[in-house]
Design a protein around this ligand. Structure first.
Ligand code: NAP
Ligand code: MG
Length: 487
């Protein structure tokens, strides 16, 4: 592949339009999970003092920023989109090296970042309120929307461009200023977004970035009295803690968390399509998507045929360094994520029958990275640990059912409710699934992982704080409705 490996780089915090070193003089080093000899970059291991400086920059910046017309704010986002677009290859390459997803996927994600910026840039010219007839005929009553003020953005490593962007772009267009605390494991890629903001001439203080440990900077953002809203995507444990902190001090919050997403394969399904979507939904990005397919619920009549086709295809998957041509699946993001996945795999061996994979990959191509073989288990029951807990790795659990009602019951038998998919050609089954499935995204004859930036995104049950992100839904979180009465 004709991509140039960059030499290692040191990245600073971005505060008030400038790159600033942390007062700790400490850095965190990010390495390539496909080759631990490759240093991707260093980011600041910041302190609360650094965070205070960023919030102190965002706070006064909000007045001038919100006083601009929406269309003027939109112009900055259009410019940022153009800059990011011109740097797609470089940003995507950095993403692959930093968190392991394949280069084509990283490019797709970066292009999505560009599209998100353009979508919300346009939002600056769309309506913000309604005129409501007052019972007083001499009065005018209408609604408008105010920005929250300073918004704290806390993001995970698995979509280092798309998730920060689908939070920051709407925050900015509706007139908020932001402080981003990116996931440490993908902070170099996030720094590149801020280089784009800087090149686009975003006014100082409007968007700031502080890197550092979640327990210090993430927690600090949640607790900061000058931060009026917190938007978080990540694990349930961390999310719930942030929600409690925000609730206690009366800040608005939004949490998008884990998933344990099912695919149902009905006896009348197009099995080849279902196999392809199960593999794509479950194993692409090494299973490290919140919407990844994890439980594969198959009707008994087609169970054996489906299983055979699935395992044959999974065995063909080419694992390796995501920058190499022809590689379909990269490594786990980190050693600790690798160990988590391997421990779930060991659990799975006790709970069911291993059909393929089931181990860390070794050999010259693999020894310097965190590679796991794509893994499929058979005979998993719903009470099994690997049928209940989010693994975030390339592991599929097959489960057999006789009837469709049982399939949906099983699909709902987890604490999460992010996404779910069904493969069927029967309209009645489609409709029952759409009605009865407790998930924020339900997809028919399509894989569980698939998000469109113009549509609402979010989960039910333990997957979310029940708010929605993206599309027009973002307006609900990033603004407050103000009802105006004029006599
Ligand atoms: P995570 O460990 O919860 O981290 C998410 C973010 O929170 C990171 O920036 C992290 O910083 C920060 N953080 C860690 N501890 C914190 C604390 N005590 N207070 C405040 N912030 C803290 O999650 P992850 O491992 O990065 O990502 C994987 C999880 O994200 C999975 O559960 C996945 O399902 C979920 N996810 C959900 C969605 C969705 O939209 N529903 C999308 C993608 C991922 P550090 O990096 O410095 O630890
Ligand atoms: Mg983490």
């Amino acid at each position: 592949m004709a991509v140039q490996i960059e030499t290692s780089n040191k990245f600073l915090n971005y505060i008030n339009g400038e790159w600033v070193a942390s007062n700790t003089n400490e850095v965190m080093t990010n390495i390539n999970p496909a080759n631990t000899d490759d240093v991707v970059g260093q980011v600041q291991k910041s302190s609360r003092e650094d965070l205070d400086k960023a919030v102190a920059a965002a706070k006064p910046a909000k007045k001038e920023w919100r006083d601009l017309a929406g269309a003027e704010r939109g112009q900055y986002l259009y410019k940022a989109a153009d800059v990011l677009e011109s740097r797609i290859e470089e940003v995507a390459q950095c993403m692959t090296r930093e968190m392991g997803k394949t280069f084509p996927e990283a490019k797709g994600e970066t292009a999505r970042g560009v599209a998100i910026l353009r979508y919300y840039a346009g939002e600056g010219m769309r309506k913000v309120g309604d005129v409501i007839p007052s019972s007083d005929n001499d009065a005018l009553m209408f609604t408008t929307r105010d920005p929250l003020g300073v918004v704290g953005v806390i993001t995970p490593w698995n979509f280092p461009v798309a998730i920060p962007m689908w939070k920051m772009a709407p925050a900015l267009i509706y007139g908020n200023t932001v402080v981003l605390k990116p996931a440490s494991e993908a902070a170099v890629t996030c720094a590149k977004i801020f280089e784009c903001f800087q090149e686009a001439g975003l006014p100082a203080g409007v968007a700031n970035m502080i890197t550092g440990p979640g327990s210090v900077i993430g927690q600090g953002l949640a607790e900061h009295p000058d931060v009026s809203g917190i938007t978080f995507t990540g694990s349930n444990t961390v999310g719930k803690n942030i929600g409690q902190i925000a609730l206690a001090r009366g800040a608005k919050y939004q949490l998008e968390m884990g998933g344990k997403n099912p695919v149902i394969v009905a006896e009348d399904a197009d099995l080849d399509l279902a196999v392809e979507a199960t593999i794509s939904g479950g194993l692409r990005s090494t299973g490290q998507k919140c919407t990844a397919t994890s439980r594969v619920i198959v009707q008994s009549d087609v169970y054996e045929v489906f299983k055979e086709k699935l395992v044959a295809k999974v065995k063909e998957i080419r694992v390796g360094d995501g920058l190499q041509d022809g590689v379909w699946m990269g490594p786990s993001v980190s050693e600790s994520q690798l160990n988590t996945v391997l421990s779930y795999i060991e659990k799975g061996k006790e709970e069911g029958e291993l059909l393929c994979g089931g181990k860390r990959l070794s050999g010259e191509e693999y020894d310097k990275g965190y590679f796991v073989a794509p893994t499929v288990f058979d005979g998993i029951t719903s009470d099994a640990t690997i049928a209940q807990e989010e693994i975030f790795g390339p592991v599929l659990a097959l489960m057999k059912v006789d009837e469709m009602e049982e399939a949906i019951e099983l699909a709902n038998d987890v604490e999460y409710g992010l996404s779910a998919s069904i493969f069927t050609t029967n309209i009645q089954k489609m409709l029952s699934f759409i009605d009865d499935m407790d998930a924020g995204l339900v997809r028919v004859n399509a894989e569980s992982a698939g998000v469109e930036l113009q549509a609402p995104f979010g989960g039910m049950k333990q997957s979310s704080s029940h708010s929605r992100e993206q599309g027009e839904a973002a307006k609900e979180f990033f603004t407050s409705i103000k009802t105006v009465f004029v006599k």
